[in-house]
Design a binder for this molecule. Structure first.
Ligand code: B12
Ligand code: SF4
Length: 518
């Protein structure tokens, strides 16, 4: 086999960054799979250059001038940056490969700009690809393993690449780890709704945690498991076998249904410092929060009481909500969330606007069938900068009014103060303040207000939201251009547009086609 010069780029952000928060935190949002690829490529004897792009590097010069193959890992929000980067690398003769959430959600769009687009990715698939990575310039080839990989190299094996990334985190260094793939639940909006739950090797996990204690005095570990702690006892046994109690700080995303008091006691003993349960809605998805049929105010009271218990054991709690779900109607869902915030001041609320990420979830087919999915450029699909599903029960102005009102309530100074008082640990309480006054809190109020104002006064802007026009408003084009910085000029023609109904197998609307080739 030919020895290849391979570049691997993990896109943690969607363009050049300059915020203090980004400098401190972006490297801690890195993905595991690009590091895994590094291991799989090197074990085949190839030369690897690894770059985690946090927004502060110059990607035009990070890779050697001549590489044969470039892997890019991207979320959908980084798709336009990935497309531009692919164009740049192809101009230098490289074959380009896309993987990650965007590739899984929008393969048919990505194959227009990449030679290969990978879905589920395992060692065999990569080794096969590396045997003969022929360019596929006319249309990229989509490849996928039959299922999620049964094993993955652990932190010890991928340390070389993990360390390169962590060197970019100046203060807090958080190591990403994984103990399972898939999920036994089937929330209809989730990418893992139909991916079977599968634990990875617990012995690798134990040995990795031991290894980390040789690298840091007190390591910080973020579990990337879609739903942490499904096999709770096995997991905790693996952690307890590795390290004395409370010697590593852990962060995990877990459904509330898994956070019973005995579980919480054991988690505290083992050093769990932050937990992110999903509540999603007061009128849907009761199975995730262990509230069964309880809805509305009854669910608020039940969840709030549960979370106050969680906080007795875990200092940092973030509760995740999806705004605009079809089960929500009128003022009540928003009023209930405000009430929840007042009742549970210690939990930081993370809000996501309902988003349909292409093939991610079965529910997206329903939205597409109903003609409700809008063609916002991928760049804005990060759960906040655009909501690409027309809400079932709200007009756009009403929806944005309610989102702005809720955000103002959540990030008002009295609420920030109450949150500060309700959390006693030093880093978590200041982290909450920082998030509130940064782009997540104040920044979003400003952004949503700008959108709301245009919905009122700009007819073409409103027509785009109503699905009456597919001509991208300048507001979004200018932002995309600004965010991409020097990569804007590498963005292929038409790459701001995509077929929002590709999952259904429909073709581009005539207007969109015209705009794309303009
Ligand atoms: C852990 C997680 C995070 C972590 C870690 C992120 C990271 N860099 O990996 C944190 C909390 C930081 C995070 C942040 C965000 N997340 Co998130 N996150 C997840 C979660 C729960 C698990 C993903 C995971 O790591 N799985 C384990 C890996 C091994 O499996 P996998 O992702 O299926 O990957 C397979 C293939 O895709 C492939 N692969 C993966 N990466 C790569 C890379 C290359 C180069 C190749 C070749 C192959 C490849 O190999 C894997 C094995 O088959 C998923 C939901 C879910 N249930 O999957 C959401 C999810 C991925 N997140 C999502 C979103 C929207 C976000 C945010 C934008 C949220 C926000 N507003 O901030 C940010 C974006 C962060 C960023 N880096 O850009 C969406 C992505 C949708 C999309 N198409 O973009 C998901 C799917 C949730 C959802 N809404 O449905 N997230
Ligand atoms: S519990 Fe979480 S990971 Fe599991 S299907 Fe529901 S949203 Fe997805």
């Amino acid at each position: 086999m030919r020895r290849l010069r391979i570049g691997i780029i993990d896109l943690v952000t969607k363009g050049p960054a300059n915020s203090l928060y980004g400098r401190v935190m972006n490297a801690n949002l890195a993905s595991i799979m690009p590091q895994v690829l590094g291991v799989w490529c090197e074990e085949q004897g190839h030369d690897v250059t690894f770059v985690c792009y946090t927004g502060f590097e110059d990607l035009r010069t990070e890779l050697p001038a001549r590489v044969d193959l470039v892997f890019i890992g991207a979320f959908t929000q980084s798709a336009q940056l990935a497309y531009a980067l692919s164009a740049l690398c192809r101009s230098r003769g490289a074959v380009t490969v896309l993987g990650g959430p965007h590739a899984r959600c929008y393969p048919e769009d990505a194959q227009r700009y990449f030679d290969y687009v990978l879905g589920f990715t395992d060692r065999v698939l990569i080794h096969d690809l590396l045997r003969d990575p022929a360019p596929q310039r006319r249309e990229g080839v989509c490849l996928s393993a039959a299922s999620q990989p049964a094993t993955l190299p652990g932190v010890r094996d991928r340390w070389k690449f993990a360390a390169l990334t962590l060197n970019k985190a100046p203060l807090l260094k958080i190591v990403p780890m994984l103990g399972s793939l898939g999920c036994p639940y089937s929330c209809s909006f989730c990418i893992d709704a139909s991916v079977p739950y599968q634990p990875l090797d617990y012995d690798v996990l134990t040995s990795d945690l031991r290894f980390l204690r040789t690298k840091f005095r007190r390591p910080h570990v973020a579990w990337h498991d879609p739903n942490f702690g499904v096999r709770f006892d096995d997991y905790m046994n693996a952690i307890e076998a590795a390290t004395p109690p409370d010697t590593i700080d852990f962060i995990a995303e877990s459904s509330l249904s898994l956070l019973s008091e005995p579980h919480l006691q054991r988690m505290r003993r083992n050093g769990f410092k932050a937990i992110l349960p999903g509540i999603e809605s007061w009128f849907d998805l009761g199975n995730k929060s262990r509230t069964g049929r309880a809805e509305g105010l009854a669910k608020v009271e039940q969840v709030s009481a549960h979370l106050r218990t969680v906080q007795q054991y875990i200092p940092y709690v973030q509760t995740n909500f999806v705004l605009g779900l079809d089960a929500d109607e009128g003022e009540e869902p928003f009023a209930l969330t405000k009430r929840f915030i007042d009742m549970t001041p210690g939990a930081f609320p993370g809000y996501s606007l309902l988003s349909a990420f292409g093939r991610a979830a079965p529910l997206n087919l329903e939205y597409q069938r109903a003609g409700r999915v809008l063609p916002f450029p991928f760049h804005f699909l990060n759960n906040n900068h655009a909501m690409n599903v027309r809400p079932a029960n709200y007009s756009w102005p009403e929806f944005y009014d309610r989102v702005i009102d809720l955000s103002r309530h959540t990030f008002s100074w009295p609420a920030i103060y109450r949150r500060f008082r309700a959390v006693s640990a030093r880093i978590p309480r200041w982290m909450n303040v920082l998030r509130a006054v940064s782009s997540e809190g104040f920044g979003r109020i400003k952004y949503y207000s700008a959108v709301r104002e245009r919905l009122e006064h700009d007819v073409r802007f409103r027509a785009y939201f109503e699905g009456e026009s597919t001509l991208l408003p300048d507001f979004f084009r200018q932002r995309a251009q600004r965010d991409l910085g020097p990569f804007w000029e590498w963005l292929p023609k038409g790459a701001l547009y995509h077929d929002p109904n590709a999952y259904l197998g429909t073709t581009l609307l005539p207007l969109e086609r015209a705009a794309a080739s303009a």
